[in-house]
Design a protein around this ligand. Structure first.
Ligand code: HEC
Length: 147
């Protein structure tokens, strides 16, 4: 009785795994999705900084928090065996791993500072710190992504 229930549970598990495709997607999907999401929130922050849309302290803070939280997940998207044709990542990521990680850490540190500063409604300070975060995106992209 127990055995057949376990078997049933096991087959239900198989079914649900099948429903989610492979269960585990490729790391390239993960990092491109994460970057797309970071880019989404960062784009809205950028619009406010550049006054393409009105500065809204609540929205600014919410999006800065998101970017800071997502920045922590970056490393997970770059396991060693994840060079792929469809990826814009350069092989140097894995040969200069320490430098890549230090650039990722700079990003996290500056993104967290932005999230802290954004708690205070001061557009000038937000703008100044936004630029520092943007510089960390650029530093990594310049070295570790291809066109
Ligand atoms: C430590 C390195 C690093 C940092 C920091 C970084 N990125 Fe990236 N980003 C990458 C790499 C590598 C790729 C290419 C990923 C791939 O194609 O496999 C990428 C890709 C992207 C993409 C393209 C996603 C797609 O597939 O369409 C966007 C958008 C992006 N990054 C935005 C940002 C923004 C905005 C920031 C800063 C707020 C940032 N990134 C910070 C390394 C970084």
């Amino acid at each position: 009785m127990l055995k057949s229930r376990l078997l049933l549970a096991a087959s239900a598990l198989t079914l649900s795994v099948a429903a989610f495709g492979h269960g585990k997607k490729d790391a390239v999907d993960y990092r491109q999705s994460l970057m797309t999401m970071i880019g989404w929130d960062f784009g809205h922050l950028s619009d406010m900084v550049k006054e393409k849309k009105p500065f809204d302290a609540t929205e600014f803070s919410m999006r800065a928090n998101r970017v800071a939280a997502m920045s922590d997940q970056l490393g997970e998207g770059f396991p060693k065996d994840s060079m792929r044709q469809e990826s814009y990542a350069k092989a140097e990521i894995w040969t200069d791993w320490d430098d890549f990680q230090s650039k990722a850490k700079d990003f996290t540190a500056q993104a967290k500072l932005l999230a802290d500063i954004a708690k205070v409604n001061d557009a000038a300070k937000n703008k100044e710190q936004f630029k520092k975060v943007a510089a960390t995106c650029k530093a990594c992209h310049d070295k570790y992504t291809r066109d």
